[in-house]
Design a protein around this ligand. Structure first.
Ligand code: ASP
Length: 324
């Protein structure tokens, strides 16, 4: 039995390595001129401007995203690359910069959705994944499932080629909680990206270390497709905020369906869910970034704001914290 398990792990590893060795998606989109990349770096706890290190990171990601999309790169690739870079930056609450739970260790969540066909992948409560968004892509592309969780899920994904960190205590920035009263090193939250490529395809992804002081094993909205990440052929969305409320509201899919069924502008549907339902009715802080196939760009927050940045085919980069 053990032999069979090892053989199948080796086989899976071979498949995963051959996949990782492939260049990013081969399809080149040159059907239209229009493209959009919109990123977020989490809900703000107080009113502030974009600080220099986040400004520098977002600029760099939007510049490289602009180049990739202008050359016909796919929305899915650009979403994954942008989020992986934010995970590696260590200055946001995702990947390396993930905060710790109430027991003092890191558990990460992430998800990814391809608007072309609804294919999705997600990971939850992972303690050793280096890049939860890359693991989400493995789930999407190499398994028949959507969501893997916990230690056994992590092992399955490691067998498929997902990179694990050797020593979580030293890799994750905030493995040791800051002393009482001292600020955390990761000031901003969750990261997300939504993109529209020149083929007219949309994709969305989100990644986080979760909500401060969460209990061990708690999973938020970030890995739940339709609560946080959602993309279809018209809209792509990613959330940040108190995940419990986004899960109960199936928030991101609710927004997309309101916009579609009620034939209402994306901004209006997003504001209603973020401000009226999540903000006023649930009393929960939250923000959503969303884009539409026709070029709509929406940032909606019921709190102090959200760190965001976008670029389109016009080439201009816009960065901000308050709603545009
Ligand atoms: N939504 C995330 C969660 O509940 C946290 C965040 O966005 O800051 O885990």
């Amino acid at each position: 039995m053990e032999m069979i398990r090892k053989l199948s792990a080796l086989l899976n590893l071979g498949l995963a390595i051959s996949m990782l060795a492939l260049p990013a998606e081969a399809n080149i989109c040159d059907g239209n001129e229009a493209f959009t990349l919109l990123l977020h770096g989490g809900l703000l706890d107080y009113e502030e401007e974009v600080e220099p290190r986040h400004r520098a990171l977002f600029r760099q990601l939007l510049e490289s995203g602009r180049e990739r999309l202008a050359k016909g790169g796919s929305a899915l690739d650009v979403v994954v690359e942008s989020i992986a870079a934010m995970e590696d930056s260590g200055i946001l609450n995702a990947g390396k910069g993930s905060i710790v739970n109430s027991a003092g260790f890191t558990e990460t969540d992430a998800s990814l959705m391809d608007g072309r066909n609804g294919r999705s992948g997600a990971v939850a409560a992972m303690q050793r994944l280096k890049n939860p968004i890359l693991a989400s892509r493995l789930v999407m592309e190499r398994t028949k499932h959507v969501l893997f969780a916990g230690a056994t899920g992590e092992q399955t994904l490691a067998d498929l080629g997902a990179e694990l960190v050797e020593d979580p205590a030293s890799y994750f920035q905030e493995y040791v909680p800051p002393p009482k009263g001292e600020p955390s090193k990761t000031e901003h939250g969750t990261v997300g990206a939504v993109a529209l490529d020149r083929c007219g395809n949309l994709a969305a992804g989100t990644s986080t270390g979760g909500w401060p002081h969460k209990m061990p094993g708690r999973v938020g909205d970030t890995p739940i497709i339709g609560a946080s990440t959602y993309a279809d052929q018209r809209y792509a969305l990613s959330t940040t905020g108190v995940g419990e409320s986004f899960i109960k509201r199936a928030a991101s899919r609710d927004i997309a369906m309101r916009a579609e069924y009620l034939n209402t502008p994306l901004k209006r549907a997003t504001d209603y869910v973020v401000k009226e339902l999540i903000g006023k009715q649930d009393g929960a802080g939250g923000a959503i970034i969303a884009i539409g196939k026709d070029g709509e760009i929406v940032v909606s927050s019921n709190s102090y704001g959200v760190l965001y940045g976008w670029v389109t085919q016009s080439g201009d980069i816009v960065l901000g914290t308050r709603e545009p």
